[in-house]
Each structure stands twice: as structure tokens, then as C-alpha cells.
Ligand binder design. Structure first.
Ligand code: FAD
Length: 467
């Protein structure tokens, strides 16, 4: 077999499981550092695509992005041309850690074979939660995890004459999909178990999101547990049922969260954390395994604010993990220090951002804190286009250390959270933030940027509370 020939010639082999953000970033970076004569790279991907942006699916479904191919950063052919032996439609079904090999199955033919590795990267991503409810597999019910899912949803939208859509779940994927469906002219209902949408925010900030979504004509049903997805005589979904009501639906989109996809790793005896994700060191090496690496949605990350491990499935982390892994496998040195929990999303013209801890996270971590919520504007109040923005800041009691920021507003609100993300990473206090030298001109912000206004108020509250 050609592969064993490669190993006999002294060439090392890197095997990658999962051909998207983390896996292919790792493979590409390792290839940049090691030429094929030194390192053979074999990547297994069970789906049809590589290096695709799931993050873009809502904008493709909504029609802002013209087609599926626009979401593919690098095709299988491009990877192969760079010397990566990519096996599409090939699922890894077992990892033999002691033997240093993986078992892979051709999805179409069912043929299985073993491939030895010198270095292994696990980048299997996350699996979407699918509630075990009557009707959940009926035609018309869609997830939005992969490009295949996006295509299936678009096919349903093209076929369906009715215009009623129900989104189950109001996390960022749920609200982005609500926007996509509004854009396509649907009447949208969002059914959500939590008290307010966007439970990555505190409920008082989530309320602002709900009010704005209601203002966009979206029906928001909160505090509601879905009990069934009733079907019609034709077998297709016709409604979403909760304990108290039934919401008619021609199409249903599920966005209720994901869990790390780690069944392979668990079966191989690799270490998993309390959230079910693989545990790694800072070099992204699986703890206790010199030649096994993991990154992306299948791992847990260190929260730099609390010092605890969390599962935060985001593409921004997956790409960085892949880069770190590829550098280390390629003979360099890189680490991923951890995250502060920054995320940004939008629904129509409403921008939603957060970083650091919510009130309940801070309480859970045993931290005492003050909160400061301020209203400001995106530009100088007199400048055309100024729009309102709410900023909430948490700072630690006594020390004044910044703990978290949440922002809800229109244009220019979302990416302002990056100021706070940098301040959190640097371990700044709210008071230190008030002196930050941020850019100012009337078209960009008021003379005191909204984040700095929040920092001033938080500083005053820390002083008052300490007095
Ligand atoms: C609708 C949507 C919107 C999003 N928006 C954002 C956003 O705005 N910002 C952001 O930061 N993140 C966003 N994300 C999250 C982001 O897409 C993920 O965090 C990122 O794709 C994770 O990359 P990954 O490589 O870890 O996993 P994945 O992208 O899930 O890739 C894992 C790959 O492994 C393959 N695989 C799994 N098991 C096997 C196996 N046994 N054998 C072979 N192949 C296997 C899978 O087929 C898959 O292709 C969004 C996600 C979705 C679904």
C-alpha cells in the first residue's frame, strides 16, 4: 500500500479527522511548514465539503450571499493541489490509540480500512441538539449545521407555498435564521424556552432584543417548551406545539444548540471535560497524549475570566486552534491561551454583542460585582444617523476589575464589544478603561464613546459600593 510505503521511507504521517475550520486550518498550516517529502497529510471528511463557513448559512438562506460556493473558502481540489491527501465522504469510525491508527469507512461503498498515523488531529466539531419529539424528523423540519442542511432548507423554501415559519430556539443561530426567513418574506414565530431571547446575555439585555424583534414583526414566544411537531395528512410538519399552544408552520428551523462531537474520542479513552469536550493543554495537545491534538467545536476552552473550562463553539476559536495545532505539528511553537467569551450577532439592523461574564456567571464564580447600564448613541447626537445603543458593564466589587460587557444597538454597536474584549484580556479595571485613547469624530461616536460612558458609571458604582 502506498501509505505504508510512505512511512517506510521515513516520512511522517499526519492524519486529520474533520475537514472544516479547525481540521483544515491545522492541515494547511502544517503543510506550509513541512513539505510533502517530510510530512504526509491525510484528512478524512465524511461530508461533501471542506473549509466551508457554516457562519454564512443564515446569509445564504436569507439571500444576501448569492450561493453555496461563496461560503467555501478552499475546495477539496485546492487542498489536494497543496499536497493534502483529502478523503471526502470518508468517516473515521474508530481511533486505536495504542496502535497509532484510525479506522475509516467509505460512506458510499461501506468499505473500511485502517490508516496509521504519527500525529493525529481530532477536529470533529459539534453535533446539533435534536430534541426527541414526535415529528422532529418530518419533512419541513430543518437544522442549519452544514451546507447540506442549508441546501435542504432552501429546497423546502422553494417548494413550500405557505409563508409561515417557526424557529425553535432564540440563541444567535435562531435569531439569525429569523432574520433570514423575514428577508424571504415569511411570517416568523420564534419559540424559545428561556425567559428572553439570546440567553448569552442577561435577561434585561435579552428583553431589548425581544422588543426589537417584536418591532420587526417577529412573534416571540418565550418561556415555552416545545412538546411536539405535529404533522399533516401528507406527513409534513404543520405546526410547533408547546404545552399551552400550537403555532402553525409550513417550515420549522431548529437552532437549539450543539454539544461537542466526541463519541470517537470517548470510545478511544481520550480525556473529556464536564461539558463533554476534549481536554487539551495550551498547545492544543490532548492531555496526556504526546502525538494527539484537538481543536474547534469538539474541545473545551479555558475561560480567562473565571479560570474554568467551558464549551464555546465558535468559528473564530476553531480557526485559531487549527493554526496553533498546525504550527506545533509543523515543528514550530504556538499556544492558545484561552478566551474571554466574545460573540457578536445581528437580527436585521439590531446588533447584539457580549464578552466576559453575565451576572449569573459571575455569581456562579463566587464574584461580587456592580453593574452599570447606560444609554448612548452610535454617533454624536447631532450627526445624521445617530442611533441608540445600550451598554451594560459588570465590574468586580472593590477591585473594579472589568468582568463583562453586553451591547445592544443599531449600526456600530456590535463590534464596539471588541474594546471590552481587549480590556478584559489585559485584566483592566473599569477605571483604567475610562482613560482609553479611543478614536473620536462625530460620524463615529459621541465624544465619550458609549463603552467609556459605561466604564465611568461602573467606576462610580464600584466607589460607592466600596465606601
Ligand atoms: C448557522 C451557523 C452560524 C454560525 N455563525 C457563527 C458566527 O457568526 N461566528 C462564529 O464564530 N461561529 C459561528 N458558527 C460556528 C462555527 O461554524 C463553528 O464553530 C465552526 O464551524 C467549528 O469548526 P470545526 O472545524 O471545529 O467544526 P465543524 O465546522 O463542525 O467541522 C467538523 C467537520 O468534521 C466532520 N466530521 C465529524 N466527525 C467526523 C468523522 N468521524 N469522520 C470524518 N469527518 C468527520 C464533519 O462532517 C465536519 O465537516 C456558526 C455555526 C452555524 C451552524
Amino acid at each position: 500500500m502506498s501509505m505504508s510505503g510512505a512511512r517506510e521511507s521515513g516520512r511522517r504521517r499526519l492524519v486529520v479527522i474533520g475537514g472544516d475550520a479547525a481540521g483544515m486550518s491545522a492541515a494547511s498550516q502544517a503543510r506550509r511548514l513541512k513539505d510533502p517529502g517530510e510530512l504526509e497529510i491525510v484528512a478524512f471528511e465524511r461530508g461533501h465539503f471542506t473549509s466551508y463557513s457554516a457562519c454564512g448559512i443564515p446569509y445564504w438562506v436569507g439571500g444576501e450571499v448569492s450561493g453555496r460556493d461563496r461560503l467555501i473558502a478552499r475546495t477539496p481540489e485546492e487542498h489536494r493541489a497543496r499536497g493534502i491527501d483529502l478523503r471526502l465522504r470518508t468517516e473515521v469510525t474508530g481511533i486505536d490509540v495504542a496502535g497509532g491508527r484510525v479506522r475509516a469507512r467509505d460512506v458510499d461503498s461501506g468499505d473500511e480500512s485502517w490508516t496509521p498515523y504519527d500525529q493525529l488531529v481530532i477536529a470533529t466539531g459539534a453535533r446539533p441538539l435534536r430534541p426527541d419529539l414526535p415529528g422532529v424528523d418530518a419533512p419541513g423540519v430543518h437544522g442549519v449545521q452544514t451546507l447540506d442542511d442549508g441546501e435542504a432548507l432552501l429546497a423546502t423554501l422553494a417548494r413550500t407555498r405557505g409563508r409561515r415559519a417557526v424557529v425553535v430556539g432564540a440563541g444567535y443561530i435562531g435569531v439569525e435564521m429569523a432574520e433570514a426567513l423575514i428577508r424571504r418574506g415569511y411570517e416568523v414565530t420564534v419559540v424559545n424556552r428561556a425567559e428572553e431571547p439570546m440567553s448569552t446575555l442577561d435577561p434585561d439585555m435579552g428583553r431589548l432584543v425581544r422588543e426589537a424583534m417584536e418591532g420587526m414583526g417577529i412573534t416571540m414566544v418565550n418561556g415555552a417548551e416545545v412538546t411536539a411537531l405535529p404533522t399533516g395528512d401528507d406527513g409534513r410538519v404543520r405546526a410547533v406545539a408547546t404545552r399551552d399552544a400550537e403555532f402553525p408552520a409550513d417550515v420549522v428551523v431548529l437552532g437549539i444548540g450543539v454539544r461537542p462531537q466526541t463519541s470517537l474520542a470517548a470510545a478511544a479513552g481520550l480525556p473529556l471535560g464536564g461539558h463533554g469536550g476534549l481536554l487539551t493543554d495550551r498547545a492544543m495537545r490532548v492531555r496526556g497524549h504526546e502525538n494527539i491534538w484537538a481543536g474547534g467545536d469538539c474541545v473545551e476552552v479555558l475561560d480567562l475570566v473565571t479560570g474554568q473550562e467551558r464549551h464555546i463553539p465558535l468559528g473564530t476559536h476553531a480557526n485559531k486552534h487549527g493554526q496553533v495545532i498546525g504550527t506545533n505539528v509543523g515543528g514550530g511553537y504556538a499556544t492558545f491561551p484561552g478566551v474571554v467569551g466574545t460573540a457578536v450577532s445581528k437580527v436585521c439592523d439590531l446588533e447584539i454583542a457580549r464578552t466576559g461574564l453575565r451576572e449569573k456567571d459571575a455569581r456562579r464564580a463566587g464574584l461580587r460585582f456592580v453593574t452599570a447600564t447606560i444609554e448612548s448613541t452610535s454617533r454624536a447626537g447631532y450627526y445624521p444617523g445617530a442611533s441608540p445603543m445600550t451598554v451594560k458593564m459588570l465590574a468586580e466589587h472593590r477591585t473594579g476589575r472589568l468582568l463583562g460587557v453586553q451591547i445592544v444597538g443599531r449600526e456600530g454597536a456590535g463590534k464596539r464589544v471588541d474594546i471590552a474584549a481587549v480590556a478584559l484580556t489585559a485584566g483592566m479595571t473599569a477605571e483604567q478603561m475610562t482613560a482609553l485613547d479611543l478614536g473620536y469624530a462625530p460620524p463615529f461616536s459621541p465624544v465619550w464613546d458609549p463603552v467609556l460612558v459605561a466604564a465611568r458609571k461602573a467606576t462610580a458604582k464600584v466607589r460607592e459600593a466600596g465606601a
